[in-house]
Design a protein around this ligand. Structure first.
Ligand SMILES: *Cc1c(COP(=O)(O)O)cnc(C)c1O
Length: 462
């Protein structure tokens, strides 16, 4: 193992060097990759050297999400201490279901979820790490469903229509989860959002009123704290008031913006969060922890065990349930996603997180200012947090993205803004400086100028 690790670290060093100098991996077709890479599984094992040589080739074709020209995803760049701890987690290979096999890592996870819940405004709260924001939303929706329909867990649905509400800008996982949980995808109301991309609370109230009149039960409102494309924040306090009146569960999807509770001023974007029941917080997005690092946090932590506990006498043998988080998770075996976040938090402290947020938000503001002054590019709206939406009038955003990718200039995506597709720049990578933003804007301008004019906006879908 020691020898392999040495080789592994040599490869890692090459990767770090390449990230500094090369393009973030130009667009290569899967056919070309299949031709150039030796991916088939062999009958006979190969030598260490051969496998490392193969891995080196795979790395050469791998998108570099920590490259300074990678702006495509809600994650990019890395918090170095977390990356180092993740290597150790891989070697430790724990499963986070019992104290017996995970020891201090269970206590570390407790520290984290308690602290994160307290930051949400729940001093008695708790939670658990889950494999991603979609799964955190799933857990929140299960709790909501079982609160509204206590028989559901044991007996299944009894024919009531349980309704789910989220804004039109909410994440697709909510609809998918509704399909998996017996709500039914068609029981999700996509509530209109306002010009700023925030849920329209009056429209929510109306939708609930209509559903009640039709005999359905308003079960859960999923409010978004940092929408996926625009980075907008739903008005939590006003939504909580509506939920309270109708006894609906309030789940806050903070996959993107949840970390803002670490900042004394930006926290105001999530004003009213303490009135919610559950909260999704991805540390692998704006906080730069390697994927996956997500928590579901709940105001009343006892609900997790009540809704997920099963007896497994071969597994939960020693220690109290409190120390065996397997009694409150969907999974049996569960990765250790806590250690890397804990190590990063040790290194940065609360102050370091706040500085990081300041920096990344300032980067979005810098980009917005540059775009606003640009003669040929239009900023769609002032940024709400870590994403900046912009477009070039008469040009296809999708084509601009494709050409930038093809040329190795930048990897950036596009998303739906009102009725059209626009470019979306994500500013979560701490390695990105003003220079890279300036360069990106120059390249967008250059590429757009060379593209033919495009049909009117509404048909600019690919
Ligand atoms: C990314 C995202 C999710 C999904 O999180 P994963 O960790 O990718 O599963 C959910 N909600 C919002 C608002 C997101 O931006």
């Amino acid at each position: 193992m020691g020898r392999m690790l040495e080789q592994c670290f040599r490869l890692a060093q090459e990767l770090l060097d390449a990230e500094q100098t090369s393009a973030p991996m130009p667009k290569v077709s899967p056919e070309k990759m299949m031709r150039e890479l030796d991916l088939a599984l062999p009958r006979q094992g190969r030598s260490e050297e051969e496998v490392f040589a193969q891995m080196r080739e795979v790395l050469a074709f791998t998108p570099q999400t920590s490259n300074r020209r990678f702006f495509n995803q809600l994650f990019a760049g890395r918090v170095e201490m977390a990356g180092a701890a993740e290597v150790l987690s891989g070697l430790l290979n724990l499963s986070m279901y019992t104290f017996k096999v995970a020891g201090p890592h269970i206590l570390i996870e407790h520290q984290l979820v308690r602290r994160m819940a307290a930051l949400a405004g729940w001093p008695e709260g708790g939670g658990t790490f889950v494999p991603g924001g979609s799964m955190a939303n799933l857990v929140g929706m299960i709790l909501a469903r079982n609160q509204a329909a206590p028989h559901f867990r044991d007996h299944g649905g009894e024919g009531q229509r349980l309704m789910v509400y989220m804004s039109a800008e909410g994440h697709y996982s909510v609809t998918k989860n509704a399909g998996m949980l017996g709500f039914g995808r068609h029981q999700v109301r996509h509530v209109r959002s306002d010009r700023q991309g925030r849920m329209d609370v009056q429209a929510l109230e109306q939708a609930i009123g209509q559903d009640l009149a039709a005999g359905a039960i308003p079960c859960v409102v999923v409010a978004t704290a940092g929408t996926t494309v625009r980075g907008a924040f739903d008005p939590l306090r006003a939504i909580a008031e509506v939920c309270e009146r109708h006894q609906a569960w309030l789940h806050v999807d903070g996959a993107l913006g949840g970390g803002l509770v670490l900042h004394p001023e930006w926290r105001a974007k999530l004003d009213g969060l303490e009135l919610a029941d559950s909260f999704t917080w991805d540390a692998h997005k704006a906080m730069g922890i390697p994927l996956i690092c997500s928590a579901i946090l709940v105001k009343r932590p006892e609900l997790l065990a009540q809704n997920f506990r099963e007896s497994a006498d071969y597994l939960f043998q020693a220690d109290s349930d409190h120390l065996n988080p397997g009694t409150k998770s969907i999974q049996c075996g569960r990765r250790n996603d806590a250690f890397k976040l804990w190590a990063a938090w040790q290194h940065l402290g609360d102050e370091g997180w706040a500085e990081r947020i300041d920096r990344q938000v300032a980067l979005a503001e810098y980009a917005a200012n540059r775009l606003e002054q640009h003669p040929r590019i239009q900023l769609c709206e002032p940024p709400h947090s870590f994403t900046v939406c912009f477009e070039v009038a008469g040009k296809s955003s999708a084509e601009i993205c494709d050409v930038l990718h093809q040329r190795g200039d930048a990897v950036i995506g596009y998303g739906r803004y009102e009725e059209r597709y626009v470019l979306r720049l994500v500013t979560v990578n701490p390695l990105v400086s003003h220079d890279e933003i300036d360069r990106l804007i120059e390249k967008v301008d250059e590429v757009a100028a060379a593209l033919p004019d495009h049909a009117p906006a509404s048909s600019s879908a690919r």
